[in-house]
Design a protein around this ligand. Structure first.
Ligand code: UDX
Length: 441
């Protein structure tokens, strides 16, 4: 099949390289000329395991090309996937400016039957807007343009794997030919047994928001229970284990810590609440999910302040800045929110991250960035683990302790064993777990 992918960000570029990998002819379109030049030179603009290899493969076998010119990319394709950003507005609502712009640009260049596929996470009802825009722009050819929804469920850090071996593929459409086109596109995956769920378009749009909001809810739920554990002496790790063994609940996304971040959960929870509002339905649970997520950062902040007494003249070392391991993405990263809070209270903040230092530096230049964890921890009054990178689990903890000014360790992801950390001489504080002999420095 011939496919255009509009937008070459995390979702778009992964779609480009994976569609090419499964045998399609793909053109990636992006208005950002500099990005297109980088991609044409064969370089991925961001770090994501497997992307560079598939980019090399697609360019080498000629199935993958890039352009910033819609008139070069759109004519003749069977489907065009809309993968542009839908960033949050101040109200929490998703901004659909880029979706509208992409729709107009695509419509202007269509010269035959095509399916325009929403892959970006968009509010329910967006397909109506896309359809109406197309009809307005190209009335003479509107009957050849179909609209469908095909939300992605990929996780950063595992995006290629999630796209090539997803638990399910979701396709929303209201026309048999649109379903047929998408079935053919995904045939290389469905032939291996991956289920394809077909729904109407509004159902697909709502499903995507509902999945992200539900997963966020699991995290906020366990974090709220963690606050109760801290007040009662219970252990959140064991509570999560007990809950997780009930197959109706499931064990995933019950990891207590400093909360969720990234460019999906925070904005999608807010946007879904706005969708509910626009449908005249009040859904305050969604606001509560976001509030508890903010509270998780505040809980870590209070532990740090409580351990150090005053934060002025204190040095706080953050280990991990990315919103989760295996990515350099710091958008809505809890570590940066915590850094803002600490800097605001007069602390000096140093940090190390295996991949995200450059990204973080752009967001928060006031942090003192180091090249390794021990340099970051030197003279620190407290080390705070913010992202559970595998390499932090291998830290030489005795060396870490020896370079610190006070041996206070706040484990924002509950990676280490409280007993072991205490035996090593740390004042060890984690999230929702009892702390043997906990005392401030
Ligand atoms: C998420 C969804 O998982 C994916 O299906 C969707 O398409 C996009 O949004 P992503 O943002 O890449 O993917 O990250 P994910 O792995 O889901 O983690 C999100 C955040 O939740 C991270 O900050 C992570 O640290 C946090 N998290 C996750 C927890 O705090 N506890 C958990 O138990 C799990």
């Amino acid at each position: 099949m011939r496919i255009a992918v509009v937008g070459t960000g995390h979702v778009g570029l992964i779609s480009c390289v994976t569609f090419a990998h499964i045998g399609h002819e793909v053109v990636g379109i992006d208005a950002n000329g500099a990005k297109i030049e980088t991609l044409r030179a064969g370089r991925s603009p961001f770090f994501e395991p497997g992307v560079q290899e598939l980019l090399d493969e697609g360019i080498a076998n000629g199935r993958l090309r890039f352009t910033s010119d819609y008139s070069e990319g759109i004519p003749g394709v069977d489907a065009a996937f809309i993968c542009v950003g839908t960033p949050p507005r101040a109200s929490g609502e998703a901004s659909l400016v880029a979706v509208e712009r992409a729709t107009r640009e695509m419509a202007a260049c269509v010269n035959g039957p095509i399916v325009l596929v929403e892959k970006s996470t968009v509010p329910a009802g967006t397909h109506d807007r896309v359809t109406r825009t197309v009809a307005h722009e190209r009335p003479e050819i509107a009957d050849q343009i179909r609209v469908a929804s095909n939300p992605e469920f990929l996780r950063e850090g595992r995006a290629v794997q999630d796209t090539l071996t997803p638990e399910r593929i979701l396709v929303g459409a209201d026309d048999p030919s649109a379903f047929e086109t998408l079935r053919r596109i995904y045939e290389p995956l469905t032939s291996k047994g991956i289920p394809l769920i077909e729904t109407d378009i509004a159902t697909a749009e709502i499903s995507k928001h509902a999945c992200n909001a539900f997963l966020s809810m699991k995290i906020s739920f366990i974090n709220a229970v963690a606050r109760m554990c801290e007040r009662s002496g219970a252990d959140i790790g064991s509570v999560a284990e007990v809950m997780g063994t009930d197959s109706r609940i499931g064990s995933s996304f019950l990891g207590a810590g400093i909360g969720y971040g990234g460019f999906c959960f925070p904005k999608d929870v807010d946007a879904f609440e706005r969708v509910a509002h626009s449908l005249s339905y009040s859904f305050p649970l969604l606001r509560e999910i976001a509030r508890i997520n903010d509270e998780a950062i505040e809980a870590a902040f209070l532990k740090i302040r409580d351990a150090l007494w005053n934060l002025d003249d204190k040095r706080v070392c953050l280990l991990g800045l990315a919103f989760k391991p295996n990515t350099d993405d710091v958008r809505f990263a809890p570590a940066l929110a915590l850094a803002d809070r600490l800097l605001g209270e007069g602390a000096t903040v140093s940090a190390f991250d295996p991949a995200a230092v450059e990204e973080a530096r752009r967001e928060q230049p006031r942090i003192e960035y180091a090249d390794d964890p021990y340099a970051a921890a030197t003279d620190a009054h407290v080390v705070v683990l913010c992202t559970e990178w595998a390499e932090f689990k291998e830290l030489d903890l005795d060396k870490l302790k020896s370079v610190m000014r006070y041996p206070v360790f706040v484990d924002g992801r509950n990676v280490f064993d409280p007993g072991d950390m205490t035996r090593r001489g740390f004042t060890y504080l984690s999230m929702g777990r009892p702390t043997p002999g906990a005392r401030g420095a």
